[in-house]
Design a protein around this ligand. Structure first.
Ligand code: DHB
Length: 479
């Protein structure tokens, strides 16, 4: 069955929602299939929300129905399928979610659903393996442009937002605008013939640059052999089954363990591979200083990563956090002078044993992401393929390429978002701090406007600073 790409402006309900004594009234246009040939109508749909005030000819702040920027959140986590966000409470922190906050501030919200690594059709064929997640987001952007006369909001001001795997997708969407590599996938789905570049990307803890994430992780965590990870199970202690266990029955439990001798050897090898990768990027600081590492993993890049942790500690200190208990932070006259990086890493703790992403036993979310329509999970690095304990096959290099924003920044024929806000909690151990720093540096070196911070005391998560996020969005939309 072919679906129409025409948005139906009369198919809506008016909804009013009050959370924490804040009330919004909006038109909800839900479940719009955004491609002509969907393979999954549960996820290839978009919810669009518009403040009702705009239909009464009113303005919110300086925005009108036609000038309001479009806020585009995705709910992808763990490279699982993500349902379209609805205004409401945030599932993790319990405050209002980004869609609610955006409507309150007068944005149009366009919330696409996205296929994920476990999505299957009725025959058991996987329909959401890479690159489905990024292709879906691009198709959703094209749908908005295709319907720009019928849908309120300014399609030249689309701001994407996501957390973790969703943050990675937000970065990919921001980087890869209109790149021809994705065209065959978009054609097959019957996506609209429109541009798919966006204005800005907000990325919380993007779990990205996956094919280099193992070496980046060991560069940071090598020498720490104990790890503590979060395992999902059901509230009754049974095995969590992705896509099957209902969200309200999921319980997060901490499991601590020590890496095996074999894993420690792997960690040592991977750590040694990181400097040459990093040096190959030719990254620079804003003042032109080259960011490099010596064979031991020390050098200006490490100092640069540390500078973000120092800036974070300073901000915390300035807002009265007590940092004097940490003997690895040097503070003089209210100024954070230095941080002992190794001690800071010990404080943060390791979360994942080596290999952190391309599991030798094919047991990570990322292995699953790089499966195919009939292979559940694959490797995506040469290292893990060579050390595989599961005789795993290697994903097609052209698919791995499509999932890594580093391949597209500043590339000819590609429109990259002009504005970037990247946040990675200072104690978020889901990926190495090197990953957001590399992404930000490459964007900045290519002339894009990047705002990267590592909020103090913040673990893995997103949307925890919505006031600041929307203040940033307001500023970039005016400038
Ligand atoms: C997410 C977390 C991870 O540690 C990971 O490897 C991939 C995704 C997430 O929370 O989305």
């Amino acid at each position: 069955m072919k679906f129409s790409l025409e948005f139906n402006p009369s198919n809506y309900t008016v909804q009013t929602l009050t959370i924490d004594s804040q009330t919004i009234t909006y038109r909800a246009f839900e479940n719009n299939v955004y491609v002509e040939n969907p393979v999954d109508t549960k996820y290839q749909i978009m919810n669009i929300y518009v403040p009702e005030a705009y239909y009464e000819g009113k303005t919110i702040g300086s925005y009108t129905a036609s000038t309001a920027p479009i806020f585009m959140p995705n709910t992808v986590g763990g490279y699982m399928p993500g349902a379209p966000e609805k205004p409401g409470k945030h599932p993790w922190h319990g405050g209002v979610n980004a869609a609610f906050a955006a409507l309150l501030k007068g944005y149009v919200v366009a919330a696409p659903g996205v296929r994920g690594r476990v999505t299957q059709d009725e025959k058991g064929v996987y329909t959401g393996k890479a690159p489905a997640c990024i292709v879906d987001l691009k198709a959703a952007v094209r749908y908005l442009r295709y319907n720009r006369k019928a849908i309120p909001g300014d399609t030249e001001k689309i701001i994407s937002n996501g957390t973790s795997a969703g943050g990675a997708l937000s970065s990919l969407l921001g980087v890869t605008g209109n790149n021809a590599d994705y065209e065959p996938y978009l054609r097959e789905l019957g996506a609209a013939y429109e541009r798919d570049d966006i204005f800005a990307a907000s990325c919380y803890c993007p779990i990205t640059n996956l094919d280099n994430a193992d070496i980046a992780y060991e560069w940071m965590y090598n020498g720490l052999n104990d790890y503590t990870k979060v395992v999902l199970e059901t509230v009754t202690g049974e095995k969590f089954i992705p896509g099957i266990t209902p969200p309200e029955q999921i319980r997060r439990v901490f499991v601590s363990d020590t890496m095996t001798e074999e894993q420690i050897k792997v960690s040592n090898k991977l750590k040694g591979l990181f400097p040459s990768y990093l040096n190959s990027l030719g990254l620079k600081k804003a003042d032109g200083t080259e960011l490099t590492l010596d064979a031991n993993g020390n050098g200006s890049f490490k100092d640069y990563v540390k500078s973000f942790v120092i800036a974070s500690a300073q901000k915390a200190l300035d807002s009265d956090a007590d940092l004097y208990e940490f003997d690895w932070i040097t503070i003089k006259d209210g100024i954070v002078k230095d941080i002992d990086f190794d001690k800071y890493v010990q404080y943060a703790t390791r979360m994942k044993p080596a290999t952190a992403f391309d599991g030798l036993n094919l047991d990570t979310p990322e292995n699953d992401l790089f499966g195919t329509k009939d292979i559940k999970a694959q490797h995506f690095t040469q290292f893990a393929k060579e050390h595989s304990t599961a005789q795993g096959s290697l994903a097609d290099a052209s698919i791995v390429k499509l999932l890594n924003p580093m391949n597209y920044i500043g590339r000819e024929g590609t429109s990259t978002a002009r504005y970037w806000r990247i946040r990675h909690g200072a104690i978020d151990r889901d990926t190495s701090l090197a990953i957001p720093v590399i992404l930000a540096a490459k964007l900045a070196n290519n002339g894009f406007d990047v705002n990267l911070e590592m909020p103090w005391g913040q673990g893995h998560g997103g949307d925890y600073d919505l006031e600041e996020l929307f203040a940033w969005i307001k500023k970039i939309c005016i400038s």
